[in-house]
Design a binder for this molecule. Structure first.
Ligand SMILES: Cc1cc2nc3c(=O)[nH]c(=O)nc-3n(C[C@H](O)[C@H](O)[C@H](O)COP(=O)(O)OP(=O)(O)OC[C@H]3O[C@@H](n4cnc5c(N)ncnc54)[C@H](O)[C@@H]3O)c2cc1C
Ligand SMILES: NC(=O)c1ccc[n+]([C@@H]2O[C@H](COP(=O)([O-])OP(=O)(O)OC[C@H]3O[C@@H](n4cnc5c(N)ncnc54)[C@H](OP(=O)(O)O)[C@@H]3O)[C@@H](O)[C@H]2O)c1
Length: 281
């Protein structure tokens, strides 16, 4: 029924749900496993961000107040829409509801991006390493699609580790899509995709390449497999995003290779950000 033919009393249309504060509309939802999904939303015209940053997003809680959580923006800065990659926590205040969103629904998105996983927080180098577990791949999904990443580094190595093969599928499809991306190829020149090295591993289910990121770095397996020299502060830069335990262990490993932690205000060899707060679901 359109507005011209709608003869219902005004009181009925007044019952329509109010638009959320800082509302953005969901355009696409994809479920990857029973605990992982991704979705895309419209982008506020005012939102400018650096690839790798996060924003606060959410829904209205039962008390009518915004229920917000930090989410890394998984899409690159040039994209017209915003993409997010999310866990589903069965009894999580936000994600128990967020996992049911459909195209056309609205979410709240505060357009104030922040974060440490930005290219400017690192000194120039030759090789950039992304180290992620679980949904920690989200900020790197943004950075891997940013032409600036390829302009600054000769090689980008994406190490992503999950327990099971199915949990790696979002990353697999993402890397495939980047390698086939005509716009990136046009911007960066044919062969840019050769700069992107993808090293996915599982720890609980058998797969082609296995093992924790920390173990594969310390044992040297990843360097042997890829045919590249070990990490060095002269050439290598790193970004870390995972659980608190992973981030803590990674700091020890990277410091062991002589790399020093940096920040936006003090660029050095590597930067770290939590993929979530707590011990995990
Ligand atoms: C800087 C930052 C960026 C983040 N980016 C993302 C993102 O891109 N995608 C995303 O799914 N989450 C991300 N998170 C986590 C997110 O903020 C929420 O915690 C998550 O959406 C769950 O919300 P909830 O209200 O359902 O449960 P919460 O009450 O927030 O968490 C419930 C439990 O689930 C665990 N948990 C929360 N998030 C995860 C996760 N991602 N993986 C494994 N266990 C988790 C927590 O440790 C806690 O024990 C980020 C957190 C931070 C601090
Ligand atoms: N993934 C699932 O299928 C699943 C299902 C139901 C519930 N859960 C619960 O959800 C929580 C989060 O699970 P998750 O799989 O998203 O995250 P996670 O437990 O942090 O594991 C993600 C990946 O990171 C590795 N890892 C964990 N700690 C590490 C460290 N300190 N150093 C190096 N690598 C490390 C894990 O290897 P290891 O396997 O060697 O630990 C795994 O491959 C857990 O508490 C789990 O009990 C998980």
């Amino acid at each position: 029924m359109n507005e011209m033919t709608d003869q219902r009393p005004v009181t009925q249309t007044a019952a329509k749900p109010a638009t959320l504060p800082d509302a953005q509309t969901v355009t696409e939802v994809k479920h990857w496993t029973d605990r992982l999904f991704s979705f895309r939303v419209t982008r506020p015209a005012s939102l400018r961000f650096r690839s790798g940053e996060f924003v606060m997003i959410g829904l209205l809680g039962d008390n009518g107040k915004p229920l917000l959580r930090a989410y890394s923006i998984a899409s690159p800065a040039w994209d017209d829409e915003l993409e997010f990659y999310s866990i589903k926590v069965p009894d999580g205040p936000l994600t128990s509801k967020l996992q049911h969103i459909q195209p056309g629904d609205e979410i709240i998105l505060r357009p104030k991006p922040v974060g440490t996983l930005v290219l400017d927080a690192l000194l120039p180098g030759q090789r950039l390493w992304f180290f992620a577990t679980g949904t920690g791949i989200a900020p790197f999904a943004s950075l891997m699609r940013d032409p600036d990443t390829y302009a600054r580094y000769d090689q980008i190595v994406m190490m992503h580790t999950c327990r099971d093969v199915a949990e790696l599928e979002y990353g697999h499809q993402l890397v495939d899509s980047i390698r086939q991306d005509e716009m990136l190829a046009e911007l960066m020149g044919e062969g840019f995709a050769d700069k992107l090295i993808y090293y996915p591993t599982t720890t609980r289910e058998d797969s082609d390449t296995m093992g924790r990121i920390t173990d594969n770095l310390v044992s040297g397996k990843v360097f042997a497999d890829l045919g590249i020299p070990p990490l060095s502060p002269e050439t290598d830069r790193g970004m870390v995003c995972g659980s608190l335990a992973f981030n803590t262990d990674m700091k020890t490993v990277l410091e062991g290779f002589g790399l020093e932690e940096g920040a936006n205000s003090d660029p050095r060899h590597y930067v770290v950000e939590k993929a979530f707060v707590g011990d995990g679901v």
